[in-house]
Structures are given as structure tokens and as C-alpha cells.
Design a protein around this ligand. Structure first.
Ligand code: ZN
Length: 445
């Protein structure tokens, strides 16, 4: 089963209702902020496993009464915040693990020790707070002396300080509500209000209902409700083929058969970056003119410039629209590929993770991270799951620079892949896809 979100729109809402929603959302954000403050530090790390203890504390700290926030909102805000905190620790630990792998000054025992303590929240928390802790069994076996352990702990503290991102309460335009906090009647959703036994009515545009936790998102003049729904993945009997796919920047998917899907992906992304770059350049110019007017004491002119040109909102809207256009293109092309090729199995390479050599080239890394590839991978994985297609990821080693005909080391030139040994020439992506096929078949699976 897969959880999908379906969206439900309300009718245009009266000011009073919108004011109520905004008030709840603002308090919801306050509760989250409070939980972040209490539990996102090292002190909270060892306690995140027990949501019940945290909930008990939050129930008795007086904040709920102070805000007069009904518990159907209050308790979900606490839960929401705790899972955010867990998420940021997870991201941080992954980042640190990657850096440990890439750190050439560490021995394999050092890495083993650090990986072990990273897994144990109580031990990790004690190290961060500089407190004594029992040496984990697995680490004790390594026979490290106290000085050495201390040095490693210092490294861990340094990395944590450097890369820890504390969650911050975002804009307060949405909140969650548990099933006890809402009901349906006459095409409307009724939400628990701050007044006992009085519910606030939100007329709906359709008849969808939910029995689970829902999220209310406040828009201009109306609200949108996110309803989680379980969808059963559907297996297609006629999907029998195996596809070997090279995922690329220019062409989204190149198959070892030579078929290509998402041929415009590179052009679309490049055009987007170019337009945004142009926009930024113009904005910097306007900004300079604005500052100049201010410096000259011409406030009227400065205000006019500001009103006409510095609209960050409009800029953000355009940026989002560009992003949405690229994403809908990617989705359409992935759908077209699945419908045309009818795969039962898809073989791709694992994403290239950071390694020692790459750490030195941060700029090109950023290009990879921000490119559409991450999104393509995510959507492909999701669509495979939804359609009962097996997705296999193999190591990319030897699928790039080797000739797919004779196996010799070839050259990846601007005009394509060239093998000087047998004379084979093709697009780099096509040679890559054929190598993926070859490597997978040779692995005997
Ligand atoms: Zn060759």
C-alpha cells in the first residue's frame, strides 16, 4: 500500500473563518517553536524515542492553557515538531557518515567507533554534552586508549556543531488536525474551535471525506485540505520487459535499445537557469539604483523603484512556475516511457555519492545536487512502486568510460563517446545504457 495525498478545496471562506484558521495556524507554529527549543538540542536527543514522555511534559507545561489551543491541534503540533527534530538529526547523521567515509585521516577502527556511537543516541548525546558514558560493546573491543577516543569525540563534536541545522518554525499558514477534531455534514467540514461545543464550518467543493489526520493549508480567501489516502500499487500483467536506463541531464532517460524519453529535459533546465540568472542580474541593477536614490535622498524615486521592481513575491512565483513546468514534463515523459515500454523491471545505476575526489570540486557537486536528476529518481522510484515494477540499482563503476562493444577504455568527448580501439562511436548516454545492460547481465541476475 502506498500513501498518497489528495487535495480538497473549500469554497471561498468568510473573513471570520479565515481569521480563525490563521489564529490556529499561528498558535500551532508557536507550539512547534516551543518544542524545537526544548528538545532539538543535545539534551533532547536521547529523549526523542519516547513521544509519550515528551507529550506528558508538554501537557503539563502550561503552554496549551496559555494559548487556549484545543488539544486536537496542540498535541499534533507537538508530534509534528518531534518528527521534524528527528528528521534534522537524521540528515545530520547521514552528512557526518558521508564525511567520515571521505576523511582520509581516519583508520577503519576510527570509523567503526564513530559509526557505532552515532547509532546510539544516548551515547552520542553524552559525547556532545561532554558527559561520561559507558563504552559501547562493539567499540570497547577496538582497544583504543582514552586520548584517542577523546580526539575522535572532539571530531564528532566539531562536525555536529558545524553541520547541525536546527529546525525553525516556518510560516504559519497550515496546521494538522486529528480525526477527533473534525466532522462532516452538509458538504462541509466542521472544525473544533476555541469555544467548547462550537465548531467552525468550512464549506467544501466536493464530497471527499477522511478518517485520518488531515492538514489544513490556508490560501488567499480559501483553504486547501490535504487528505492522506492509501492506494494499492497496481501490477500490470503485460508489463514484462526489462529496461536498462541511463539517467542523464540532457536526455532524461536513454535506454539500451536506443529509445530516448525526456529529450527536452536538458534544454528546459538550462533555459530555466538562464532566465533566472538574467532575472537576478536585473534585480541587482535595480537594487543598485534603489540604493543610489536613497543615498541621494530621493525617497519618492526610491519608493517607486521598490514598488515596481523589487517584488520578491513575483520572482518567487515565476521561479515556482518554472519548476512546476519542468516537473510536469518529467512526469509526463516517465508515464509515456512506462506505457510504451511496459517494463516489469528497470535497471539504473545508483546515484553517485560524494567521495574523496569529489569533495574537492564543490561547484560541480552543487550542479548535480540541484539538477533535475534527484527529482527524476524520486518520481521513477515512486512510479515503479505504484505500478508493481521492480527497480534495480547497480553500482555505476565501469558503465561510463568503457566501450560497450569491445570493453576497451574509450573517450567521452563533447561530440560523444569514441572508442579508439574498435572505432565504436555513439552518444555517451547510449553507450552508458548498453554498459548497464551488459554489467547487469554479467552479474548473473
Ligand atoms: Zn570499442
Amino acid at each position: 500500500m502506498i500513501t498518497k495525498t489528495i487535495w480538497q478545496h473549500t469554497e471561498v471562506l468568510p473573513q471570520e473563518t479565515l481569521k480563525f484558521l490563521k489564529g490556529i495556524a499561528a498558535d500551532y507554529a508557536k507550539v512547534k517553536g516551543n518544542v524545537y527549543e526544548r528538545y532539538s538540542g543535545p539534551g533532547g536527543l536521547g529523549r526523542l524515542a519516547s513521544i509519550y514522555d515528551i507529550m506528558t511534559e508538554m501537557r503539563h507545561c502550561g503552554l496549551r492553557e496559555q494559548l487556549k489551543l484545543p488539544s486536537v491541534y496542540y498535541e499534533l503540533a507537538v508530534r509534528d515538531a518531534v518528527s521534524d527534530i528527528k528528521g534534522t538529526w537524521g540528515v545530520l547523521k547521514n552528512k557526518i557518515r558521508t564525511l567520515l567515509t571521505a576523511n582520509e585521516n581516519l583508520s577503519s577502527d576510527d570509523r567503526m567507533y564513530l559509526r557505532t556511537v552515532l547509532k546510539l543516541d544516548a551515547v552520542y548525546a553524552a559525547i556532545l554534552k561532554g558527559e561520561a558514558y559507558p563504552m559501547p560493546e562493539k567499540a570497547a573491543g577496538l582497544g583504543m586508549d582514552a586520548d584517542h577516543v577523546n580526539r575522535l569525540n572532539n571530531l564528532l563534536r566539531r562536525l555536529t556543531r558545524r553541520y547541525q541545522v536546527k529546525p525553525v518554525a516556518g510560516n504559519s499558514d497550515s496546521f494538522c488536525v486529528s480525526p477527533a477534531g473534525y466532522s462532516y455534514k452538509d458538504h462541509s467540514l466542521y472544525l473544533v474551535s476555541r469555544v467548547p461545543r462550537r465548531r467552525v464550518k468550512l464549506p467544501l467543493k466536493d464530497e471527499k471525506t477522511s478518517t485520518r489526520q488531515i492538514r489544513i493549508c490556508i490560501k488567499t480567501g480559501f483553504a486547501v485540505i490535504a487528505i492522506p489516502t492509501e492506494v494499492k500499487g497496481q501490477k500490470h500483467e503485460d508489463y514484462q520487459n526489462t529496461l536498462y536506463i541511463h539517467l542523464g541531464y540532457e536526455h532524461m532517460c536513454t535506454l539500451s535499445s536506443g529509445n530516448i524519453y525526456g529529450e527536452e529535459a536538458g534544454k528546459l533546465s538550462a533555459a530555466k537557469s538562464y532566465r533566472l540568472m538574467e532575472k537576478n542580474r536585473q534585480r541587482r541593477k535595480v537594487q543598485a539604483r534603489y540604493q543610489e536614490s536613497l543615498a541621494l535622498g530621493d525617497e519618492k524615486k526610491a519608493d517607486a523603484i521598490k514598488a515596481n521592481n523589487l517584488g520578491i513575491e513575483k520572482y518567487d512565483r515565476q521561479k515556482k512556475r518554472e519548476q512546476a513546468r519542468i516537473e510536469s514534463y518529467i512526469n509526463a515523459e516517465l508515464n509515456r516511457m512506462l506505457e510504451t515500454e511496459k517494463p516489469g523491471k528497470i535497471v539504473i545505476t545508483k546515484p553517485i555519492t560524494i567521495d574523496r575526489a569529489k569533495l574537492k570540486y564543490k561547484v560541480s557537486n552543487r550542479k548535480v545536487a540541484e539538477g533535475p536528476q534527484g527529482y527524476v529518481r524520486k518520481r521513477l522510484a515512486q512510479k515503479c512502486q505504484e505500478n508493481g515494477i521492480e527497480l534495480v540499482e547497480i553500482n555505476s563503476k565501469g558503465t561510463g568510460s568503457v566501450c560497450s562493444v569491445c570493453g576497451a577504455e574509450g573517450k567521452r568527448l563533447e561530440e560523444g563517446f569514441v572508442c579508439e580501439s574498435c572505432g565504436f562511436q555513439s552518444a555517451i548516454a547510449f553507450n552508458g545504457a548498453r554498459n548497464i545492460e551488459k554489467k547487469y547481465k554479467e552479474s548473473g541476475k
